[in-house]
Design a protein around this ligand. Structure first.
Ligand SMILES: [Zn+2]
Length: 479
């Protein structure tokens, strides 16, 4: 059964002030209703004034998504009665959106894939409802208008996605693109909300509302695919309905309200003039985007397409990679270390690259490159530093950590002195008479075994070449 998915994505634009007033958007740590004014509270007589920065950001998004910007777009009032809307309507765009007919190329289930973008429009965020005493049957509900009026863009795709995984990859690519543009901060709580339409070929379309995380989109869609397939197998019809995703339980539930039949009585916003920004859109400059950067990484640094894709799939990581010295950037070992080891360890801890002191990891890379620690030790240090950051928010300097763990490479002296490598080699020889005997009978594998023993005793901090040399000289001396 073909799975057909389309997405509607709401992203908060990372401007300093709200869409139609001067209130600060930096509200998350402040008391409720402390970032409000007559405009965003919708008091009688107040007039909205468009935030030019928000339009600029939205136009950058439109350009990055290869959209057409019509000669004129228009704001509209979407009327509905709900306590999160103090005005009784939301200022949004309806039949004349800012931008239309774009696309974003992603890595699809069957190779490169073009996902069509239906439209990109601007609107204001509503306030936030805080339910007290349980989400199912709250005792009472509080309303916080700090969020009311934060600029949003809504990005609507055509139903071009064919699996929950593809939807997740689309969102990852979109997030990367928006962050490259510097218009969106995915780390801010509630900065992204997704509604997903899903149908199995031939059935009615189901809309899953208000998914608030990237993983949530994949989970909600996976749940829907299973639920709908099972229903069809049992001979049931899929009803056209709106469902809500319950993140904590990973399920979607039918919502009682008939939201789809609601009449919003849209009409043009009389307090704002139409936007005529096509010329501005043509002139506006956008930075290098993930695809272009990926090609450049392949070309300039000789990286594999897989490494290049991973390293440019997040703006922060790409910046980190490019901050490394030139000779490190062209090394596959560095690419592997950042793309696989560093990101793998971050993933394992469910940590983001944000809030990680990248200078420390750069230094660790340089220490490893200089041969002061082994590859194995570098990973151990990385793990220790990440654990510290996760548990306490900060971490030691790499050199401190290496010293504390005793992981600096130990070198053997040239001639049979009492260094740690020679000591470990003597121990290994004394403990393994059989291997020594095998070696003396010409079995080369026996030496590899002894090298392994010495490496273990020195916790991987000895250089394999040194260990080989010391062992061979001790063993031939014993003959
Ligand atoms: Zn305001």
């Amino acid at each position: 059964m073909t799975v057909i998915v389309g997405l509607e994505i709401h992203c908060q634009l990372d401007t300093a002030t709200k869409l139609f007033c001067g209130c600060s958007t930096d509200y998350r740590d402040d008391p409720p209703n402390s970032h409000v004014c007559p405009v965003c509270l919708g008091l009688p007589g107040s007039l909205p004034k468009i935030n030019k920065k928000a339009v600029e950001f939205a136009l950058k998004v439109a350009k990055a998504l290869n959209c057409e910007v019509p000669e004129e777009s228009e704001f509209a009032r979407k009327n509905y009665f709900y306590p999160d809307l103090d005005k009784g309507y939301q200022i949004t765009q309806y039949d004349k959106p800012l931008a239309v007919c774009g696309y974003l190329d992603i890595e699809g289930d069957e190779g490169e894939k073009r996902v069509r973008i239906t439209r990109v429009h601007m609107e204001e965020d509503p306030g936030r409802l805080v339910h007290k005493g349980g989400a199912d049957r709250p005792k009472y509900t509080l309303v916080d208008y700090n969020r009311a009026g934060i600029p949003l863009i809504e990005i609507v795709t055509e139903p071009d996605l064919r699996s929950p995984k593809e939807a997740r990859r689309f969102l990852n690519k979109l997030r990367a693109t928006l962050e490259y543009l510097g218009v969106f901060d995915s780390e801010k709580e509630g900065s992204l909300r997704v509604d997903a339409n899903i149908s199995l070929a031939g059935s009615e379309r189901v809309e899953v509302k208000n998914i608030t995380s990237y993983k949530g989109v994949e989970k909600a869609l996976t749940f829907e695919v299973t639920r709908q397939k099972n229903a069809i197998r049992r001979g049931q019809k899929i009803a056209r309905e709106t469902r809500h995703f319950v993140e904590a339980r990973g399920v979607t539930t039918s919502s009682r309200s008939k939201e789809m039949e609601q009449d919003y009585r849209y009409f043009p916003e009389p307090d704002l003039r139409p936007l005529r920004v096509r010329n501005w859109a043509e002139e506006i400059e956008i930075p290098e985007l993930p695809d272009a950067r990926k090609l450049r990484f392949i070309k300039d640094y000789g990286l594999s397409p897989t490494h290049a894709a991973t390293l440019t799939g997040d703006w922060q990581i790409a910046e980190f990679y490019e901050s490394l010295p030139a000779d490190l950037r062209v090394s596959t070992a560095t690419a592997t270390w950042v793309a696989d080891t560093l990101l793998g360890e971050l993933n394992y801890r469910d940590m983001s690259i944000r809030g990680v002191p990248l200078d420390h990891f750069k230094e660790l890379l340089l220490i490893r490159q200089a041969g002061e620690i082994t590859e194995k030790a570098a990973v151990e240090v990385l793990r220790s530093l990440l654990d510290q950051i996760r548990d306490t928010g900060t971490c030691e300097l790499p050199r401190q950590c290496i010293g504390r763990l005793g992981l600096f490479v130990i070198t053997a002296a040239e001639e049979g002195a009492n260094d740690p490598v020679t000591a470990a080699a003597r121990e290994a020889i004394a403990e393994n008479p059989q291997a020594v005997a095998d070696f003396c009978q010409g079995k080369k594998e026996a030496l590899n075994f002894l090298v392994g023993q010495v490496m273990r005793k020195t916790r991987g901090c000895a250089k394999p070449g040194d260990v080989n040399r010391v062992l061979t000289s001790l063993l031939s001396g014993d003959e």
